[in-house]
Design a protein around this ligand. Structure first.
Ligand SMILES: [Zn+2]
Length: 220
């Protein structure tokens, strides 16, 4: 028997996404995706694909062109690689996210830090997308929600700890049917996640969650 949450693969309480691991989910056009940083200081890499055409993906570069900004804010659209609005940012309690650097991957840890075999966002997001026939090379460039990658006036970039705190959240309205994957980043070697990898919660709902529903989602 189907229910109103059947497409997302989760109930109204959403799902816990363990720190350092990836999860996939679906949302249909018009549904709301709420992503909560439960403990704070946790970045979460996020990718999305058009459910009807997996070759059309959420695209940071197209979003930057649309918004004429390397950042996004409430009311902005996050764009697809085909130039279509894929999500509307309806709520953002943090205001600082990154869309400039790739997901951490096996090379990042093996080459840059000398730690082969470390968990990483690329493989975390690839894992659930395999069921859709996606190759690891087809995992799109991510939005790194809550990640703090300041860009200074001279153009230099950095990655440092997030400014998000326990309960901070982002609400996106899906504007097309989407397949998504998220990975609370396993980076525990350099700042980014406060050197402590923690859980997130994701919920997909028909209506925009109200204050009491958000409070329930903030509970670990
Ligand atoms: Zn990562």
């Amino acid at each position: 028997m189907c229910n109103r949450h059947s497409h997302s693969g989760m109930g109204p309480d959403g799902m816990l996404v363990p720190g350092g691991f990836g999860r996939g989910f679906e949302a249909t056009a018009g549904q709301f995706i709420t992503i909560v940083d439960l403990k704070g200081e946790q970045a979460g890499d996020f990718v999305a694909l058009n459910r009807a055409d997996l070759g059309e993906v959420l695209s940071p570069v197209h979003t930057r062109r649309r918004n004429l900004s390397i950042y996004f804010k409430e009311g902005d659209f996050l764009m697809s690689s085909e130039g279509n609005p894929m999500f509307e940012v309806v709520k953002d309690t943090v205001g600082i996210h990154d869309a400039n650097v790739p997901a951490c991957d096996p090379t990042r840890y093996a080459v840059d830090f000398g730690v082969p075999g470390h968990r990483n966002c690329l493989e975390n997001m690839f894992e659930p997308l395999q069921a859709y026939g996606i190759d690891i090379l087809q995992v799109p460039e991510p939005f790194n929600f809550f990640q703090n990658g300041p860009v200074s006036p001279d153009g230099r970039m950095a990655v440092t700890d997030t400014v998000s705190r326990s309960g901070d959240h982002l609400i996106l309205k899906a504007l097309m049917d989407v397949v998504c994957a998220i990975s609370p980043c396993p980076q525990d070697i350099i700042p980014g996640n406060g050197l402590l990898v923690t859980d997130m919660r994701v919920a997909v709902t028909e209506a925009r969650p109200d204050a009491s529903q958000i409070e329930a989602l903030q509970c670990c």
